[in-house]
Ligand binder design. Structure first.
Ligand code: FA5
Length: 343
């Protein structure tokens, strides 16, 4: 441009650009883009040469350059839109759509057996007058252990292999019993509560899973006896497994009850004759229970001299295993459709 009159050169480029044909397809559009806007394209070249334009002609040259650039960019943009629109129209024309073809039927799902068993148990206890409460799955040591009468450093804490969270002073709750404290603190006495939920323990084999479900149940009132506990559990088991189901209490220890018991149900799969699931004993342990310890009532702000109560904690997977004859707890969590479809 330095040799020619720059303004004339720009004027001729402007003339050329204003009569450019409209690109018919992507190939022509690309060629146009490269020819004018590419690194070595006409517009780029004249832009670089602007520095050689004499000062007096600079304003005129700058304006012309801007007009040229706007014209080319505008053409490219209109061509892009038009070409894209034509492509879509062609696709629609070529597409065949038969609205009379049958659709794909959606697969019907059903509740997971653990959810179904939980719902059924909650229904049974709701019918007896228990209210449903929930508590947090990440718990403090205070609610999971201390207020439940587990003294600090007491070996009873080892009974429940605890997952501790790093960086915060929290654990994953090992049982639903902390909801006893939370509910008593919230409502006081008298009270009848069931608390379903997930619990976690570092434990895994055919009858133990690191995440499993419990339902806590407890009643706080005046003159509550072990007979009330037994009657409530017997009524529940009959509703859940049928009229022939029996329960038996075995003495056991939990720091938050006194006396404490483990409760077995007669094996409904073999009619208590002995089978693989009940390990030929005719009985299967399904829950822990007992009379609420006075220290627990005090820790939750309930006067142990005025009130008493019973509590129990059911393992849902165990109840489901017995109900459906499942002999490996892990089947519930593997999500194998061949297993789940049976329910
Ligand atoms: C407790 O968790 C007590 N909180 C229960 C309780 C509540 C006692 C109120 C007294 C009063 P335990 O650790 O035994 O107790 O667990 C209760 C039930 O959960 C067991 O009977 C069993 O059915 C189930 N269970 C325990 N560990 C596992 C596990 N790893 N996987 C699946 N089920 C389990």
């Amino acid at each position: 441009m330095a040799a020619e009159n720059p303004v004339e050169r720009l004027l001729s480029l402007k003339g050329e650009v204003s009569s450019l044909p409209f690109p018919a397809d992507e190939k022509e559009l690309d060629a146009l883009r490269v020819k004018y806007l590419g690194k070595k394209g006409a517009v780029s070249v004249v832009s670089q040469e602007m520095r050689h334009v004499p000062a007096a002609q600079k304003p005129e040259a700058g304006r012309l350059l801007q007009e040229i650039r706007t014209a080319v960019e505008g053409l490219v943009e209109r061509a892009e839109t038009e070409i894209k629109r034509n492509r879509v129209l062609r696709e629609i024309e070529n597409e065949f759509f038969d609205a009379t073809l049958p659709g794909t039927a959606p697969e019907f799902g059903s509740a997971h057996p653990i959810s179904a068993v939980m719902d059924e148990i909650v229904d049974i206890f709701s019918g007896m007058g228990f209210q449903v409460e929930e508590g947090p799955e990440t718990e403090s040591d205070l609610y999971n252990f201390e207020k439940l009468n587990f003294p600090p450093e007491h070996p009873a804490r080892d009974m429940q292999d605890t997952f501790r969270l790093t960086g915060v002073d929290k654990i994953l709750r090992t049982h639903t019993s902390p909801v006893q404290i939370r509910a008593m603190e919230k409502y006081g006495a008298p009270l009848a509560v069931i608390a379903p939920g997930k619990v976690y323990r570092c434990d895994a084999d055919v009858t133990h899973s690191p995440m499993f479900h419990q339902i806590e149940g407890f009643v706080i009132d005046k003159d509550i006896t072990m007979g009330d506990l037994k009657g409530t559990l017997q009524a529940f088991v009959r509703r859940f497994y049928g009229q022939d189901a029996k329960i038996r209490f075995r003495p056991s220890f939990f720091p938050f009850v006194e006396p404490g018991a483990e409760v077995d149900v007669s094996c409904v799969l073999c009619g208590a004759k002995g089978c693989r699931v009940c390990k030929n004993s005719g009985w299967l342990e399904i829950l822990g229970a007992g009379m609420v310890h006075p220290n627990v009532l005090s820790a939750a702000g309930v006067d142990p001299n005025a009130w008493g109560g019973f509590a129990f904690g059911l393992g849902i997977e165990r109840l489901a295993m017995l109900k459906y004859g499942v002999d490996d707890i892990r089947l519930f969590f593997e999500n194998d459709m061949r297993f789940l479809r049976q329910f």
